[in-house]
Design a protein around this ligand. Structure first.
Ligand code: FMN
Length: 295
């Protein structure tokens, strides 16, 4: 993203100690070290290439970067002594599971806000920062979402079972037939008020990006994972709403419209949230880690 901001201004003030950090970290090469010895100074070139990532302001140890997008109130000192330890981060990664045993207790609004903020802090391609969220917690809307999924899968199964199409479809999309009985069960459960789609999540955060975004999927799913780790740390359970996302892909634009999104936005990920009926006492080992090293 190149920001076309009329009043954008970046300059280096008298606090500069010529350490060259801004030169090293700027992804757009806007900062250049000019001159030698005592005459060394940082100059700004190609201002309009700024992608507003704020690395210059974040890396500067002496507050020497005057950037119109990052005034002092937007720059915060990091207290590294407050960082979770690597053991704590690893424990969080191990403890985070898809817990489908949600209680009926609602998720506190301030906790949803923290999950949103963590998700919003995820990196985005070219620092586009155009990932947005829609939070759904009304039981009626959550039921409507399930109904949407049931309808989409219903018409899909109808197509798959069409006697004229079936022989051809079996050849083209054979493995999809594995899901037919799963859907039939989901539909029967839905009719009985048993939610196999959102699993009783009391809140869903949908993550959407512009349709035109080349990295929309990656951006949204990175946001998802930040949010899911925050949820785990808060003792809140989360579930990736894969069935809903599949239905969204089948019926483009429909759920987005139902949720009041503008037509140029596309839902790329969804996180069902709820208070767990219980927390897991154990974490389990995954498959053996596979990696190769290329030297
Ligand atoms: C893209 C994606 C889609 C998923 N869709 C669903 C879903 O629709 N319903 C569900 O119960 N779990 C869903 N899951 C959760 C996975 O089943 C789960 O992550 C996997 O079994 C591993 O378990 P864990 O998350 O507890 O480590 C999905 C996960 C991912 C990454």
């Amino acid at each position: 993203m190149i920001i076309m901001q009329e009043n954008l201004s970046i300059s280096v003030n008298g606090n500069c100690i010529r350490c060259g950090r801004c030169v090293k970290v700027c992804p757009s090469g806007i900062f250049e070290m000019a001159g030698y010895g005592v005459d060394k100074s940082v100059k700004i070139v190609d201002l309009q290439k700024c992608i507003a990532c704020g690395h210059c302001s974040a890396a500067c140890p002496v507050g020497a970067v005057d950037h119109t997008l990052f005034p002092t109130e937007k720059i915060h000192r990091i207290d590294y002594s407050n960082m979770p330890s690597s053991e704590q981060v690893m424990l969080l990664c191990k403890a985070r599971r898809t817990n489908r045993a949600f209680s009926k207790e609602p998720v506190a609004k301030e906790h949803v806000d923290m999950i949103l903020e963590a998700a919003h802090r995820a990196p985005t391609a070219s620092n586009m920062q155009n990932v947005e969220f829609v939070v759904v917690s009304s039981p009626e809307k959550l039921r409507e979402i399930q109904k949407f999924v049931i309808e989409v899968f219903g018409s899909l199964v109808k197509k798959l079972e069409n006697p004229l199409l079936k022989p051809l479809l079996k050849r083209i999309v054979g493995p999809v037939y594995r899901y037919v009985p799963i859907f039939e069960k989901m539909k029967a459960d839905y009719a009985n008020g048993n939610d196999r789609i959102l699993r009783g999540a009391t809140c869903v955060i949908f993550i959407h990006t512009p349709k035109s975004s080349r990295f929309g999927d990656a951006d949204a799913n990175l946001a998802y994972e930040n949010g899911s780790l925050m949820a785990e740390s808060l003792g809140i359970s989360q579930l990736y709403t894969g069935f809903v996302c599949t239905a969204i892909k089948q019926r483009k634009g429909v759920l987005e419209k139902m949720l009041g999104l503008s037509p140029d936005r596309e839902i790329k990920a969804g996180m069902g949230l709820g208070m767990p009926e219980f927390r897991y006492p154990n974490y389990i080992d995954k498959k053996e880690l596979q990696f190769t090293e290329v030297r």
